[in-house]
Design a protein around this ligand. Structure first.
Ligand SMILES: [Zn+2]
Length: 321
């Protein structure tokens, strides 16, 4: 049977319950706000997280809204929503990381019960939320310093029963691009860990630069409703969606040195391989490096901070092969 509870938070059929669930063994406590919405009729379980990156606001707002709006009387199956995973980072307005151990939570999945704080949190999410769910959606967007065009990403595991459902979830979300990431893609992500456990999963990316704009919130919300429709958990949203552009590789560029960053492209631009995309300069304005695109395709995200540290991402290009 599919999961119908998260940690100590349970709901009876036809009930919606919300509360705070502490990650076991973490001191001071790391509390996860959680909502379990259980339909009267049994069916699949959809797990949703948001705010793994604490300043990606539209996903956080959309998850909270969905949790309030879904009527258990209309729902088939169980919806479990964690609208804000990185609660310690939220009030700090942390970019990428959490203030407790300085780690990017989305590089620590599937976690470790005896690891750092972030690894303990992701171990708890992996074992108590993702395992036992029938599908998993993790909401993101451009971080506080990132411009972004909406896209969904899933992992190609090589197992059709997982990959086909992940792709269908990504398509249902109704975003501009769908990226089918190869198995050698960044490890430690929510969706890659879930897919490796056999649970169809996507990350949906909408919104940017620390703005909680209503358009991005409603894009996340309508995507989630269409996913619920696709899974047969709610009456389907009849609004038609355009076919997404399919991409098969995510090429990131990183800063080789601490510098000031002057991109000459925007998020959503289609760049050619080897095209100049910007410069790294020192604080006097002296050019340190002319940056060239490592591949051709749409710029899915672009860092918009003038300041970059060595090793920081600069942009990500989606490649169709
Ligand atoms: Zn993110």
């Amino acid at each position: 049977m599919s999961r119908t509870q998260f940690g100590s938070l349970t709901a009876e059929p036809g009930q919606r319950r919300h509360g705070w669930v502490s990650v076991p063994g973490v001191e001071p406590p790391w509390e996860l706000p959680a909502v379990v919405c259980r339909g009267r009729v049994s069916g699949p379980t959809l797990a949703i997280t948001a705010g793994i990156h604490a300043a990606e606001y539209p996903g956080i707002a959309a998850a909270a809204r969905l949790a309030r709006e879904v009527d258990p009387a209309q729902l088939r199956g169980t919806l479990i929503i964690i609208p804000l995973v990185n609660s310690p980072g939220f009030y700090e307005r942390s970019i990428y990381t959490n203030p407790r151990d300085g780690k990017n939570i989305n590089r620590t999945f599937p976690g470790d019960a005896h690891g750092t704080v972030a690894q303990q949190v992701t171990h708890f999410l992996t074992t108590q939320l993702i395992t036992g769910a029938d599908a998993y959606v993790d909401l993101h967007g451009g971080d506080l310093i990132e411009a972004l065009v909406p896209f969904a990403i899933y992992l190609r595991t090589g197992r059709p029963e997982v990959d086909d459902t992940s792709q269908a979830l990504a398509d249902a979300y109704g975003l501009d691009y769908v990226l089918a990431a190869s198995p050698d893609t960044v490890r430690g992500s929510s969706y890659t860990a879930a897919a490796r456990l056999g649970i169809p999963a996507i990350i949906a990316e909408v919104g940017q630069q620390g703005v909680c704009d209503p358009h991005s919130v409603s894009r996340h919300l309508s995507g989630l409703r269409r996913v619920l429709g696709h899974l047969g958990m709610l009456e389907s949203d009849p609004a038609p969606i355009a076919r997404p552009v399919r991409l098969s590789r995510f090429e990131w560029m990183y800063a080789d040195t601490a510098a000031t960053y002057y991109p000459v492209v925007a998020a959503g631009d289609i760049v050619r391989s080897n095209q100049v995309i910007g410069e790294l300069r020192d604080v006097f304005g002296e050019v340190l490096q002319t940056l060239r695109a490592p591949a051709g395709g749409p710029v899915l995200f672009l860092v918009t901070a003038l300041a970059v540290k060595k090793g920081d991402p600069l942009l990500g290009i989606g490649v169709a092969e």
